[in-house]
Design a protein around this ligand. Structure first.
Ligand SMILES: C[S@@+](CC[C@H](N)C(=O)[O-])C[C@H]1O[C@@H](n2cnc3c(N)ncnc32)[C@H](O)[C@@H]1O
Ligand SMILES: [Zn+2]
Length: 289
């Protein structure tokens, strides 16, 4: 985590400022905790990545294997003992570790998909921003690109595995946080550009639009999706189609750019393995306030 990041982060439970206790500092904060003095929430920073979850043991309850890995990765005794105590409180639910690791690999193998270069071209036409946020940034393909031409870029993802890969490339104006996109992790910070690519199947769509709408008072919202909502029990409660997405964006105050008024079908190829590729046709919308 960059030394400057804590000033932008807020407690995901009560919205208060967080205090940093750094256990190991090199070029960045390698290990430590962020603590809310008000509600006593304690969030670890491991491998330079802050994990801002409202209940860390609950985060690990869905990622028991990751819990063991974090324990191995921890370099200070203080962090090891924090992890030991958190692991003792987990209630095993379901292990997402392997799934998150697998998808992190798929994105690494798919970073040359034409989809990303097309989005990059579209972003090139927008004015430069002071603050940029990418929701569900995964391994940071777009966030890292955006850091080359904007002042400060943050990426949020709930997958530690994905952010561990993202964090491998250092930029002094780019940082990542493990958090739920709908949590108040950046408090009332206003962004000039917010991106949410292909996450509507995973983050409740209307809630996300409402949340992002509060993060932008003047700026751009770039959103894309393949509308692949048919996921059984894991589906979000209310899906949106291409027309409902546009209507709702307008309802939340966004003006849709002329070139994205009509739905698009941009190929997004995900290389699942050496013999299988999944190609979605993705719709892109650029909204402006
Ligand atoms: C389908 S992938 C898209 C990745 C990337 N945006 C892209 O288009 O290449 C969805 C990403 O959203 C993340 N994600 C899912 N639910 C999330 C949530 N509630 N908060 C933050 N990230 C979430 C996943 O971990 C995953 O990395
Ligand atoms: Zn708090």
């Amino acid at each position: 985590m960059l030394g400057s990041t804590p000033e932008f982060l807020r407690c995901v439970k009560c919205g208060s400022k967080l205090e940093l206790d750094a256990f190991k500092i090199k070029k960045e904060i390698e290990e430590g905790i962020l603590e809310c003095k008000k509600c006593k929430l304690v969030c670890p920073i491991i491998e330079k990545i802050p994990i801002l979850w409202d209940d860390f043991s609950n985060y690990l309850s869905y990622r028991k294997v990751l819990g063991g890995k974090l324990y191995q990765l921890a370099i200070t005794e203080k962090m090891k003992s924090f992890l030991k105590s958190s692991l003792s409180k987990i209630i095993f639910v379901d292990d997402r570790t392997l799934l998150e690791e697998r998808w992190s690999k798929i994105y690494q193998n798919s970073k040359h998909s034409k989809f990303y270069s097309l989005i990059k071209n579209n972003l090139g036409t927008l004015s430069k921003s002071n603050f940029v946020l990418e929701h569900g940034c995964s391994i940071g393909i777009m966030a890292s690109f955006l850091a080359d031409s904007n002042k400060m870029v943050f990426g949020i993802d709930r997958s530690f595995s994905a952010l561990r890969f993202a964090k491998k490339s250092y930029k002094n104006n780019l940082d990542y946080v493990v958090a739920d996109s709908l949590s108040p992790v950046f408090g009332n910070l206003q962004f000039d550009l917010v991106m949410a690519l292909n996450i509507l199947e995973l983050v409740e769509p209307i809630e996300l639009l409402k949340h992002v709408s509060k993060q932008i008072s003047s700026g751009y919202f770039v959103i894309s999706d393949p509308y692949d909502f048919d996921r059984g029990a894991n589906s979000v409660r209310k899906s949106l189609d291409e027309s409902q997405l546009r209507t709702n964006l307008e309802k939340f105050g966004f003006k849709i750019s002329a070139k994205t008024k009509n739905p698009s079908y941009i190929p997004w190829s995900l290389k699942l393995n050496s013999r299988a590729t999944l190609t979605y046709k993705v719709d892109l919308i650029i909204g402006k306030k």
